[in-house]
Design a protein around this ligand. Structure first.
Ligand SMILES: [Zn+2]
Length: 256
């Protein structure tokens, strides 16, 4: 299932005790919590705000308050995922959507993210899924046609790789922040979904397109967690209780 990330190797990785090894002899240790780190020296970036431990913790507290439940329900209702069909979540963060969808659809799930702190948090909370630290911008270190569904929630897109790892009858679900996402905190945002469809259209056909939206009354502490968890942290004055909109534009696609 996993492929070697050393330069252009891309050979299958096989389990050997507590390591994964390819035919060329490149090896990767399995962590104590069961995830694998496939990052190469060229993948490490100095400043990735998504990496920060505080952002991961803040996002998890928001999930734990149940704020993401309506978004999860919306995404889940769009996914025609067959029972037992493997799911890949690219840019999975701390694994909330990955693990909850796996439970709902009674399927095996794999999550990949560039952030070590996010994958550590995911592996500790959801040991039933398979977690990987890798740079998905370069290539997805999974076998061709390995997945029945690929998910990308507010993550970077890699259309060719999404298509390669997806089965011919698989489905791709992409969600991006809608223009009114957190509008109370940061004003109206860009309409990104048109660009997403344009990027994916050479390889995929759009089957469904929805806006998944919820509002919630948050106390000051939760507002602060939202500020910490978004990629461009607000240099706002002290957070105060407020009603916030959480909004995703989601598209379901199938391979051409
Ligand atoms: Zn190798």
């Amino acid at each position: 299932m996993l492929l070697c990330t050393v330069r252009d190797c891309r050979q299958e990785l096989l389990r050997d005790g507590k390591r994964l090894v390819c035919a060329q002899g490149h090896s990767f240790d399995l962590s104590r919590h069961g995830y694998v780190n496939l990052l190469q020296p060229q993948d490490r970036r100095s400043r990735n705000p998504g990496d920060r431990v505080e952002a991961v913790a803040a996002r998890r507290r928001l999930h734990d308050r149940g704020l993401s439940q309506p978004l999860l329900d919306g995404i889940s209702s769009m996914m025609p995922l067959a029972k037992g069909s493997a799911l890949l979540d690219v840019g999975c963060g701390e694994g909330f959507y990955t693990a909850n969808l796996a439970t709902r659809f009674e399927t095996r799930a794999w999550g990949v993210d560039l952030s070590t702190s996010a994958i550590q948090a995911a592996a500790k909370r959801y040991p039933e899924c398979e977690w990987l630290i890798a740079n998905a911008d370069r290539f997805l270190p999974y076998a061709t046609g390995a997945f029945g569904a690929v998910l990308s929630i507010t993550a970077r897109l890699h259309p060719e790789e999404f298509r390669r790892v997806l089965r011919d009858d698989g489905r791709l679900l992409v969600a991006v922040p809608a223009p009114d996402d957190l509008i109370e905190l940061r004003g109206a945002g860009k309409d990104r979904v048109g660009r997403v469809v344009e990027m994916l259209e050479p390889l995929f056909i759009t089957e469904d397109r929805r806006c998944i939206r919820t509002t919630a009354d948050l106390d000051a502490e939760a507002v602060r967690d939202v500020q910490i968890s978004i990629y461009r942290p607000m240099q706002a004055e002290d957070p105060r209780p407020m009603r916030l909109t959480f909004s995703l534009d989601a598209v379901l696609l199938r391979p051409r």
